[in-house]
Design a protein around this ligand. Structure first.
Ligand SMILES: C[S@@+](CC[C@H](N)C(=O)[O-])C[C@H]1O[C@@H](n2cnc3c(N)ncnc32)[C@H](O)[C@@H]1O
Length: 241
């Protein structure tokens, strides 16, 4: 892997850096987020670092299961689940203060095919059965531009290995970003991991065909206007025997 990210300043974690714009967005803590989340176990599960909980029993109807990782405030997952009553959807987000906004959306417009999970995706294969996921969605994942944070990128090989475990044969990963370097990095890691490319889009918002069914995320709306949004869709065929 020979790509290098541009040097950047500022800490990661609570800061989300926007390449090129010079903007750092700090997410503010939300009052009582943890208490509000704890009050709705039917809608949202919390899994702390030292815990293991299974999510297999959340949906038992046998419909194709979509998994969004890094769901933020939840607009994508909520819109997807409301547009697609034929699927079930699990939306995973690491931070209370983001996913509590997704909880608000579900409480004001309930959806029986959407479940939220506040957890770090590091533990995702401890929660779900192998070969149980039809589609994994990665929307505007944090690019983690510093080399020493590379392992945190959701398209790092160690995450892709977990995704291959979770995906059913023929399952797909759909990835959107406005960060060109992260996009190129992800093209390489996905290819090295043995995924088959179904679609690579260099300017999602200006390709009629690609844009038609696009679900605009919160980040996409805020930052995706300054330049192209890139999209990758890859398929995993399963291990060759
Ligand atoms: C840049 S935001 C994008 C949010 C949303 N997908 C959107 O497009 O509006 C990335 C989100 O991914 C979450 N995230 C990053 N790494 C994660 C991980 N390992 N597990 C769960 N969530 C993660 C962050 O907390 C953040 O809310």
């Amino acid at each position: 892997m020979s790509l290098r990210f541009p040097a950047s300043s500022g800490d990661a974690g609570l800061f989300i850096e926007k390449e090129g714009s010079g903007l750092n967005m700090r997410l503010r803590p939300v009052k009582n987020a943890a208490e509000r989340i704890a009050g709705h176990p039917e809608v949202i599960t919390t899994i702390d670092r030292n815990e293991t909980k299974r999510l297999d029993a959340v949906f038992t109807g046998g419909r194709p299961l979509h998994l969004e990782i890094g769901a933020g405030k939840g607009r994508f997952a909520h819109t997807l689940a409301s547009r697609r009553p034929d699927i079930d959807c699990i939306a995973v987000e690491k931070y209370d203060y983001a996913i509590v906004k997704a909880l608000d959306k579900v409480l004001s417009a309930p959806l029986e095919n959407l479940h939220l999970v506040r957890m770090d995706a590091e533990k995702i294969t401890d929660c779900l059965d192998p070969s149980s996921i039809a589609v994994i969605h990665l929307n505007f994942s944090d690019p983690w531009p510093k080399a020493r944070h590379e392992k945190r990128r959701l398209t790092h090989p160690r995450f892709l290995k977990r995704f291959k475990t979770l995906l059913e044969p023929g399952g797909t990963v759909e990835f959107k970003t406005d960060n060109r370097v992260f996009f190129e990095y992800s093209l390489l890691t996905l290819q090295h991991a043995g995924f088959m490319f179904e679609d690579v889009c260099l300017d999602l918002h200006h390709e009629d065909e690609a844009d038609r069914d696009n679900i605009m995320t919160e980040f996409e709306e805020k930052y995706g206007k300054d330049g192209p949004v890139y999209k990758i869709r890859v398929r995993y065929e399963g291990e060759k025997t």
